[in-house]
Design a protein around this ligand. Structure first.
Ligand SMILES: Nc1ccn([C@@H]2O[C@H](COP(=O)(O)OP(=O)(O)OP(=O)(O)O)[C@@H](O)[C@H]2O)c(=O)n1
Ligand SMILES: C[C@](O)(CO)[C@H](O)COP(=O)(O)O
Length: 236
């Protein structure tokens, strides 16, 4: 752990949860007595070295109430953007305007990933703190992967060796991440995660193996699965 730099988190929590099909945005759905968002914030706040975190959300009184409960963790707020990448960039700008320096590390973690293990967060930070680029948590692909046409007719089988599911947190230096994200957006490049913006700039982030239970809650069937994982971890 490099003591001279700080570690911050940016939590994109401004999505509408279209694929969940619920009236409530999925980050505010319940997992036991807490919301998905609170479980994700609790996981990040368990990192002793965390200097603070930026919660990126739409205007929502329910989010405001949750944010108040994390004010002692140096919680800052930023407005959500049209897409996840715009929300993340707003979060980085909020950090820039605060006590953060360009060399500080930023962990970008989806609010929709409440089951991330504290042990994996520590593994990510320990593995990457001396790394020249940064990286992300992920898990190797276990199924056979098919590519189809628009009519779902299989065209090919994708070789799965060295193929990974990218997760979050994705951990990069603040100034460099903001620079590559702004450049990717200027180029009209489709940014679905922070690592892809780094790759677009010619960087090679490091994949750090985590666990499959760090799922992104996306569809209704993911909620009971997340609840089971949290119980297994003793968090419910
Ligand atoms: N404009 C957006 C879109 C997404 N997110 C956040 O990014 C994370 C991952 O995005 P995703 O799973 O796609 O969430 P949604 O966009 O809400 O889902 P959907 O695509 O089904 O609407 C979530 O924590 C979501 O709240 C965000 O902060 N701002
Ligand atoms: C960032 C991410 O969770 C990595 O897998 C994923 O790219 C988010 O994608 P989404 O379409 O915004 O859910």
């Amino acid at each position: 752990m490099n003591e001279s730099v700080a570690y911050w988190a940016v939590v994109p929590a401004a999505g509408s949860g279209r694929r969940m099909g619920a009236r409530t945005p999925k980050q505010l759905l319940g997992l036991g007595p807490q919301t998905v968002l609170e479980h994700s914030l609790d996981a990040l706040c368990a990192i002793p070295s965390l200097a603070g975190l930026v919660l990126v959300s739409q205007d929502d009184p329910d989010v405001d109430a949750i944010a108040l409960r994390y004010s002692n963790h140096g919680l800052l707020r930023a407005a959500g953007g049209e897409e996840r990448c715009h929300s993340v960039l707003n979060g980085l700008k909020a950090l820039d305007g605060n006590k953060a320096s360009g060399d500080d590390w930023v962990l970008v973690h989806d609010a929709a990933r409440p089951c991330v293990r504290t042990s994996d967060l520590h593994k990510l930070i320990e593995t990457l703190s001396g790394h020249p680029v940064g990286g992300l948590l992920g898990v190797p692909v276990q199924d056979t992967i098919k590519r189809t046409d628009a009519d779902h007719v299989i065209q090919s089988t994708v070789a799965r060796d060295n193929l990974w599911h990218a997760q979050t947190p994705q951990m990069f230096r603040l100034a460099r991440l903001r620079e590559v994200l702004e450049a990717a957006l200027r180029d009209g490049f489709e940014v679905t995660d922070e690592a892809s913006a780094m790759e677009h700039a010619g960087e090679h982030p490091l994949m750090v193996e985590g666990h499959a239970d760090n799922l992104k809650i996306t569809r209704p069937e993911d909620l009971p699965l997340a609840e089971m994982y949290l119980r297994q971890q003793g968090r419910l």
